[in-house]
Design a protein around this ligand. Structure first.
Ligand code: C5P
Length: 222
């Protein structure tokens, strides 16, 4: 048997998409399944961590009984839950596919079909990872994800700096079997000390184990 490596560590994980309401029956969402974030939460808990999982709307269940799950819908609800919990955490892994924009106004009644064209005014949501990056202390670790289609490493490094992350997990949509909806993923981990680690295509549970291993090593350095 192997010793649990994250006993007494508290880790926040965000997972899944967010839904931004348009009217009582419609929303703006995305195809994130939440599988990567849920797999991470399970692996962290297996290592003895106390996990708070802030989950957008997904149809997933957790196996590990000790994970504290907070279900939210919108980016703003996710942001609020993260701000509440982050100060008590040793690390946060931002795995959610948060909407970048939301409707400026939510219609109180179902919007009726009218003209041939219609427009919805959008406004930017808060960048949750960046906002935790501003609050981060020297004894906390912040991890982000980047899903890229081009100039992958350069874009990922830009996000790492902008959001004040310690490392970022890059998925390229150019890789077969990586990204939304599938059970596998192929990642590259880029660290703020310019270290780059390439990984093979694996099941998301094994990818989660690699990320948890990296997180454990980095926590030990703090
Ligand atoms: O900038 P981009 O959305 O590509 O960055 C992705 C990373 O930032 C992910 O870790 C994601 O969870 C996080 N993020 C966030 N809040 C947002 C947008 C992205 O936490 N509003």
């Amino acid at each position: 048997h192997s010793k649990k490596k994250l006993l007494n560590k508290k880790v926040l994980v965000t997972a899944g998409p967010t839904y931004e309401k348009i009217d009582p029956v419609r929303f703006i969402g995305n195809y994130s399944s939440g599988k990567m974030g849920f797999a991470l939460a399970e692996k962290l808990a297996e290592q003895g961590a106390q996990v708070v999982l802030v989950a957008g709307p997904v149809s997933l269940k957790l196996a590990h009984p000790s994970i504290q799950r907070i279900d939210v819908q919108s980016a703003s609800e996710m942001h609020e839950a993260c701000l509440q919990h982050f100060p008590q955490m040793d690390a946060a892994v931002m795995c959610a596919a948060v909407a970048d924009y939301r409707p400026k106004k939510i219609a109180s009644q179902k919007i009726k079909r009218q003209a041939r064209e219609m427009f919805i005014d959008l406004e930017a949501t808060a960048d949750i990872a960046a906002s935790l990056g501003k609050l981060k202390t020297n004894s906390q670790l912040l991890v982000g994800f980047a899903l890229e289609t081009n100039d992958e490493a350069q874009n990922a490094l830009g996000k790492l700096q902008k959001k004040n992350l310690d490392f970022i997990v890059l998925n390229s949509l150019q890789d077969q079997g990586a990204g939304f909806g599938v059970d596998t993923n192929k990642i590259t981990i880029l660290s703020k000390d310019n270290n780059v680690q390439l990984f093979e295509l694996k099941h998301k549970t094994e990818v989660a184990a690699d990320i948890v291993e990296k997180l454990t090593q980095e926590l030990a350095k703090l």
